[in-house]
Design a protein around this ligand. Sequence first.
Ligand code: ACO
Length: 324
Amino acid sequence: MIPVYARITGTGRGLPEKILTNKDLEEIVDTTDEWIRARTGIERRHIAADNETNLDFCEQAARNAMQAAGVGPKDIDMVIVGTTTPDQVFPNMGCLLQRRLGIHGCPAFSLEAACTGFIYALDIANKYIRSGSAKCALIVGGETLSRMTDWNDRGTCVLFGDGAGAVVLEASDEAGILSTHLHADGQYADLLYFPSGVSKKPEDFYARRDFIHMKGSEVFKVAVTKLGEIVLEALKANNMPAEKLDWLVPHQANLRIIEATARKLKMPMQRVILTIQDHGNTSTASVPMALDVVVRDGRIQRGQTVLLEAFGGGFTWGAALLRY
Ligand code: ACO
């Protein structure tokens, strides 16, 4: 029997038009363009307008990915949206996206694994396709982190941005995704979190307003360690030396974390995809958006090996090694 692989056949992204530069942030909090660039690598980020929501960017990303793959609503037999900023609790973002795109009947759900959500979704869709349970999955990572950011906190508000990225994953007899690797460790829950949840009853229910809380330097240390481990785990699982890797598409949280992971792989930065300067940290949207940028500008060619990785709140972390 010919093995069935899951292969990325289209990518897309959707971004708000509005751009907030580091200089703009100097007017909002006590910070400087120099500090933000030096500590994070971020120069600007896209921010949703008041009348835009996460679903708008997910729809745009999904339409672009479906067009690139040459598939229509009837071809899609699974929809997964990774997000921590859904438009509403239910219907889930997968169903809301189905309605926008005219997709009917197939399973559709959202999942929440912070910045690793897209890799978690890719892992699930890959297993559905490889087992024969699905043939054509639409996978989206989308966020409007600006809506959960404390715009008075210079330690976090300079980091985050909004947007969505999507891929179409199809069954193929040619190798696509070679392996996926997921991890989580809830013992770190207090280092990076957004405290509000529907089930928690706060003192003043109607005054509920929460923000992202992050112990930045502690998150930084665990991220560098876990990402260093997981990229080597993915290579080892495929018996692949690091030199055979053509591209690293990392989660775009901090340039210094990305550089540390590249050093672990002894990879020159020319083979590491960077979009952090333009997008900031868009959580689960960052990897599919970065992938779309380099697929569309022609840097990633069919047949090349690509390693995706992400790390985020939970902590959750994951990687996917694929032949594009
Ligand atoms: N402008 C100017 N100064 C600032 C700013 C700012 N925007 N933010 C913090 N500072 C100051 C601090 O107050 C501190 O001042 P002090 O020394 O007088 O006390 C100093 O800069 C150093 O602060 P640190 O927090 O130690 O700075 P650090 O070098 O660690 O950089 C950063 C902070 C960029 C947040 C970094 O820790 C980081 O990137 N952490 C990891 C983020 C991450 O990967 N998150 C995971 C994914 S996100 C998700 O899941 C949603």
